[in-house]
Design a protein around this ligand. Structure first.
Ligand SMILES: Cc1cc2nc3c(=O)[nH]c(=O)nc-3n(C[C@H](O)[C@H](O)[C@H](O)COP(=O)(O)OP(=O)(O)OC[C@H]3O[C@@H](n4cnc5c(N)ncnc54)[C@H](O)[C@@H]3O)c2cc1C
Length: 395
């Protein structure tokens, strides 16, 4: 089949990879001049196969209600709440233990598909680097460290390796944790989690597809696109006043799938990052502070600190104190970045109310598929959701 994809982020590219493998002809339409310039740009790069707690949880809802009055740990804007009332309503309905564990189970299934898929991509493109150093989530209070027995049982039941590490032993995971062990009660270590640079990965994948599938694949940059649908049947994509015919179209537009009138209830959740370029030190474990929701990835030649889960629409003005807090977190654990000026980035997670992405054939439109709304786990889930969707499309 001739298939058009709207969106050249990590999800669009991995979808193209599997469609081409399945014998289809593919064209990606991307409104920017390069791949992965939106959510897939400066994110945490975590392949969090083990840390798959949905945003739709009782714990996050409780924090969000507190944040409504204090703006901590999340910024919440009242006008954005009112504007997105239907999303908020569905989100609150998903914040119960039953939905939480059902969603976590489904996310785990996608992660299993993703992990073996990333290995397959690395066999095809050996210069892609996946750093498998694991992840540690640090808890500052005994209550939060010890209060996750049900989650531990869930991980255990699903064969997800997790180790509880007492404060004194944190430095055995990574010597840099010696500097902060006094501040934490302990950590959960998931050795299977990994890191990739999302932009480097996307560019290498694009290069591979362009060379390997010279006549079956193309990408059209600077192509803000619209769906062409006639009498309930998808006939193609229109971009820059040109109509392109396709047998099927896949929407991999992240957040912007919500603007296409195809029933995607997806909203932006703001986050931000600081990236420090360093001189080829050894890569290390990824570190998350559970209560502050800050994350540090150490890729060897760069350290990236990310934070924020703000409900402020597309407002990209992160207050200075938030940047300082993130900077201090990075410097405390990696003092050698103190004299390096970091690169700042603000991005928006495309989040559905349940925290599970929309990976489906459109109900009311023939020939239309959706692979959008991956929230805070789009790098991790990209390959799994691409495989799942391409399986739905068939040959
Ligand atoms: C601060 C932060 C940290 C994160 N950390 C992690 C992490 O550590 N691990 C993880 O797994 N995930 C993480 N995420 C989530 C991850 O970044 C996203 O889930 C993922 O990048 C979504 O990929 P995507 O391809 O669906 O969306 P995008 O990367 O946004 O791609 C969508 C593309 O579609 C294009 N597009 C949209 N509409 C049109 C149109 N009409 N015509 C043409 N092109 C169009 C856009 O230009 C864009 O390039 C993080 C997100 C943030 C904000």
């Amino acid at each position: 089949m001739k298939i058009g994809i709207v969106g050249g982020g990590i999800v669009g590219l991995t979808t193209a990879y599997y469609l081409l493998k399945n014998g289809h002809e593919v064209a990606i339409f991307e409104k920017h001049g390069d791949v992965s310039q939106q959510a897939s740009f400066g994110n945490g790069g975590q392949l969090s196969y083990s840390y798959i707690q949905p945003f739709a949880s009782r714990a996050i809802l409780k924090q969000a209600i507190e944040s409504f009055f204090t703006n901590l740990p999340y910024a919440i804007d009242r006008a954005t709440l009112i504007k997105n009332a239907s999303w908020v309503h569905s989100y609150v309905r998903s914040c119960n233990d039953r939905s939480f564990y059902q969603t976590a189970e489904r996310l785990h299934e996608l992660c299993v598909l993703s992990e073996s898929g990333f290995a397959e991509i690395c066999r095809d493109i050996p210069n892609i680097q996946i750093q498998k150093n694991g992840k540690v989530v640090l808890y500052s209070s005994a209550a939060s460290f010890n209060g996750n027995d049900r989650w531990m049982a869930f991980l255990d039941k699903n064969g997800i390796e997790t180790r509880k590490i007492e404060r004194k032993k944190l430095k055995n995971i990574d010597p840099c944790l010696d500097r902060v062990e006094r501040e934490y009660h302990g950590g959960l270590y998931t050795p299977n989690d990994a890191y990739i640079d999302p932009v480097d990965f996307s560019k290498k994948l694009l290069n591979y597809l362009t060379v390997k599938y010279q006549s079956e694949f193309k990408i059209l940059f600077n192509s803000q696109s619209k769906l062409l649908i006639k009498n309930g049947v998808t006939i193609g994509i229109s971009a820059a006043a040109v109509n392109y015919n396709f047998d099927s179209v896949v929407v991999c537009a992240g957040l912007e799938a919500s603007k296409m009138e195809i029933g995607c209830n997806i909203i932006p959740i703001r986050g931000y990052s600081l990236t420090y370029s360093i001189d080829n030190r050894q890569s290390g474990v990824s570190i998350t502070d559970y209560s502050k929701r800050c994350l540090l990835s150490n890729a060897g030649d760069s350290i990236r600190a990310t934070a924020g889960a703000d409900f402020v629409g597309l407002n990209d003005r992160v207050p200075p104190d938030k940047w300082h807090e993130l900077e201090n977190f990075a410097k405390k654990i990696h003092p050698h970045v103190s004299n390096i000026a970091p690169t700042k980035w603000v991005g928006f997670r495309p989040l559905t109310p349940s925290s599970f992405p929309i990976i489906t054939k459109a109900e009311k439109t023939e020939g239309l598929y959706i692979n959008s709304g991956h929230g805070g786990l789009g790098v991790t889930l990209s390959v799994g959701s691409a495989r799942y969707l391409v399986n739905l499309i068939g040959r």
